[in-house]
Design a protein around this ligand. Structure first.
Ligand SMILES: Cc1ncc(COP(=O)(O)O)c(C=O)c1O
Length: 381
């Protein structure tokens, strides 16, 4: 009998932002100092450069930077004139921020169940939730994989719905060679530090293909004004700081390489865990997502809570994305949803586990995680 109770020598973090800083600190420090010296702290050259370079990267007409991913979604909702009479379809398995803009504007988020393999919004389930009040849909490219955008665009067109893409976890993910965030009127990104493209604080952006929507968003993010003291509409203050833009300008040049590293790490996990019957690894299926950028590596597993505790005890950090489907949160009480509304999302929330994933993760660290999982199922249960 193997003794598996010992802690491993080197803990494996869930994400290691320190390594990325160490590897590129000279460029980051220069970017910060140059911006400080420029005194252009709000908007300015670094912000314009980031908006241009990120729009080129995504292949979209324009990018409007904002203060966070949550604001990108909220301002997109405002730009689509969502109001209390509207129902908006949203996936049951996502981070709550995906739907906060909908709620803030008084519209009703309608939870849609998810696909049991990809954990993404299930378009066939969405068909069953359409009513005369349905106005739009917010697909979330969760974990770094895109929805089947051909099916989604067809669905939205048939029902006359707008689409706001939540690409907050999918910087660089593609469907048929086109980047996530570039399919709809607006595509929303978060630059929360641990994202595939992360700032040194909060930040967000909206990818836009329609110049009149882009103009509306530029007004909304800046007190309803483009020209100083000329206020065309009621807006807010939601801008990307110049220092954050300067950091993102450095990081954007590394994004493809980092996404590739994540893909290689995911591939090693998948191969290493392939023969374990108690585990289901994410699909590597080109018909589902042609470029998964593995923001998260999420497995389905038996005895999830025990496995998570076992890994924690051995110094391996994991996460759960997400432990409660959105419609079962207390915040959703006003709409009266109960268990059974989205059975697949509800079941997944009890058996999913996110393994350590970041571009600098080493093969040795991945093997430590794989071996610990194998030990758990082979010896501990
Ligand atoms: C799917 C999803 N949507 C929205 C957000 C909100 O982004 P932010 O934290 O930048 O407000 C996040 C970030 O955590 C997210 O993962």
């Amino acid at each position: 009998m193997k003794n598996c109770s010992e802690k491993i020598d080197q803990p494996v973090p869930f994400v290691d932002l320190g390594l990325q800083y160490e590897n590129h600190h000279a460029a980051f420090e220069k970017a910060i100092i140059d911006t400080a010296a420029s005194t252009q702290y709000i908007m300015g050259a670094e912000v314009s450069r980031f908006e241009k370079d990120f729009s080129d990267f995504l292949g979209v007409r324009e990018v409007v930077s904002v203060a966070s991913g949550t604001d990108a979604l909220r301002l997109s909702c405002l730009a689509h004139d969502i109001g209390p009479a509207d129902e908006i379809l949203v996936p049951a398995n996502t981070f709550i921020a995906s739907i906060l803009g909908v709620c803030e504007l008084g519209a009703q988020p309608i939870p849609v169940d998810v696909d049991p393999e990809t954990h993404l919004l299930d378009i066939s389930d969405a068909e069953t939730r359409i009513t005369s009040k349905t106005k739009g849909i917010i697909p979330v490219h969760l974990y770094g994989q895109t929805l089947n955008m051909d099916s989604l665009l067809d669905f939205a067109e048939r029902h006359g719905l707008f689409i706001i893409e939540d690409a907050c976890q999918a910087h660089g993910a593609e469907w048929n060679g086109k980047k996530a965030g570039g399919f709809a009127t607006t595509g929303c990104f978060s630059f929360f530090p641990s994202k595939n493209l992360g700032a040194f604080g909060d930040g967000g952006a909206i990818a836009v293909n329609d110049s009149s929507i882009a103009k509306k968003l530029r007004l909304l993010r800046n007190y309803g004004s483009i020209e100083k003291y000329v206020h065309e509409t009621i807006g807010t203050n939601s801008r990307l700081d110049s220092i954050q833009a300067a950091i993102l300008n450095v990081k954007l040049t590394h994004l493809e390489k980092w996404n590739n590293n994540r893909f290689c790490a995911a591939s090693r996990y998948s191969n290493g865990l392939a023969d374990l019957k108690s585990i289901k690894t994410p699909l590597f299926d080109s018909s589902l997502s042609q470029n998964h950028v593995f923001h998260l590596f999420v497995i389905q597993c038996e005895h999830r809570d025990k496995l998570q505790q076992y890994l924690t005890d051995r110094g391996i950090q994991t996460g759960i994305h997400y432990p409660v489907p959105i419609h079962l949160h207390k915040a959703f009480e006003p709409w009266g949803y109960s268990e059974g509304t989205c059975p697949i999302a509800e079941k997944l929330s009890k058996n999913i586990l996110s393994l350590p994933m970041f571009p600098e993760i080493t093969n040795n660290q991945i093997d430590i995680v794989i071996n610990a999982i194998k030990e758990f199922y082979n010896y501990e249960l």
